[in-house]
Design a protein around this ligand. Structure first.
Ligand code: PLP
Length: 394
């Protein structure tokens, strides 16, 4: 009676959600302060004051009917113009309002782009570890997800492995930097090599290979690390941007797609985005929040708190003997499990009320993800539990 695959999808929670629900249950049982929940990537830093001021100003001074009314399907023209101006000024690009499509966050940006470009049986490459929802988004298009293992230790893109994975059916490559869950930022050198290879393969196969860059964590980088702007390196690029983490607004559902002005058949590319948005019912992203973010384009949440958490967690865990990937960005620490099976390791951690996510569903068995977008006190309080966990394996 119903779509079997969707019933299944609706019944099975993601591993992250599963642990998050367990954390809530456990908090109700023994008290929130006794549970060290490092499961979900929900920002713990409030939205900046500029967001609150923008909301108040709009409610008090903007025409109320327009504020809560429909905008154009692709988003308000003035907002899209402001976003393209901002990107151009920051990255030296040549975007116009007609390269921007407003969405309700990176998740819908990704589904729109994937539906716009992927045909059944075509292949989309992702790099391990990768956001597990990519698989869910891609399945609906009938295309195939092709995971490519990243370099050991650095977790940068492994160019040789990428070369071997590209086939005639390769239509797109998704990159996510800063990365969830590794925290790694792809270097300029990595991006240059990847783009050179993709251009070579486009020529060899005689068709476009698109780069989809999933960027909810672009603003969350520490110590002045550069996050290359892919449109400046590769023509056939779609940027999937989101304000969920940058402005701590995940529940407001606001983001955009930027289509490279140098994209092959650029007008059709934007039309396909508009068409996919329409077909999926993703038209007119939150009218009020389009206007809110227009007033906050140059702002971010206070990420110094995440940096403090990163330093505390990384240094402490290293001292305890954990093998961790050094995260330049996002708010996740990627840690090697101290036994072969990361699930078993996370079950052991539960004995100390330590809730970690096994990275098997991210395509990297043997690792766990620790979300450090929590109060710093939670990390301080949890260090004893991390130590006890390590001692079980020493
Ligand atoms: N992509 C990655 C890598 C993410 O980690 C997330 C959310 O955590 C998303 C996309 C979805 O973000 P949004 O809230 O903007 O839909």
């Amino acid at each position: 009676m119903y779509s079997e695959s969707l019933v299944k999808l609706g019944k099975v929670r993601s591993e992250i959600r599963e642990i998050f629900e367990y954390a809530n249950k456990r908090k109700a049982e023994i008290g929130a302060d006794k549970v060290f929940d490092f499961s979900i990537g929900n920002p713990s830093v409030p939205a900046p004051e500029t967001v609150n001021n923008a909301v108040i100003d709009l409610v008090q001074n903007f025409d109320s009917v327009a504020l809560h009314g429909y905008t154009s399907a692709q988003g308000d023209a003035k907002v899209r113009q402001s976003i393209s101006d901002y990107i151009n000024q920051r990255f030296g690009t040549k975007l116009t309002a007609n390269h921007i499509y407003m969405t309700c966050g990176a998740a819908s940006s990704l589904t729109i782009v994937l539906n716009a470009i992927m045909l059944p049986q075509e292949e989309c490459i992702v790099f391990t570890p990768y956001f597990p929802e990519y698989g869910v988004f891609l399945e609906r298009t009938g295309a195939k997800l092709v995971p490519v293992e990243s370099e050991e230790k650095t977790f940068q893109i492994d160019i040789e492995r990428l070369k071997k994975a590209i086939t005639e059916k390769t239509k797109a490559v998704i990159i996510n930097s800063p990365n969830n869950p590794s925290g790694v930022v792809y270097s300029v050198e990595t991006i240059q090599k990847m783009c050179a290879l993709l251009k070579e393969k486009e020529k060899e196969y005689g068709h476009s290979i698109f780069v989809i860059t999933d960027e909810p964590y672009r603003e969350l980088v520490y110590d002045d690390v550069e996050v290359p702007y892919i449109i400046n390196y590769y023509d056939n690029t779609f940027v999937c941007y989101s304000y969920s983490k940058a402005l701590s607004l995940p529940g407001e559902r606001i983001g955009y797609i930027a289509v490279s002005p140098s994209m092959e058949c650029e007008e059709d590319a934007y039309a396909a985005i508009c068409g996919a948005g329409r077909a999926l019912g993703y038209v007119c992203a939150s009218s009020m929040y389009q206007r809110v973010i227009e007033k906050c384009l140059d702002d971010t949440a206070d990420i110094s708190i995440y940096k403090r958490n990163r330093d505390l967690l990384y240094n402490s865990l290293k001292d305890m003997g954990y093998q961790c990937v050094y995260p330049d960005g996002a708010f996740y620490l990627f840690v090697k499990a101290m036994c072969e099976d990361a699930h078993e390791f996370c079950e052991k951690a539960k004995e100390f009320e330590l809730l970690l996510v096994p990275a098997d569903s991210f395509g990297t068995p043997g690792y766990v993800r620790v979300s450090y977008c929590v109060q710093t006190k939670q990390i301080e309080d949890a260090l004893g539990a991390f130590k006890k966990l390590a001692e079980c394996y020493q």
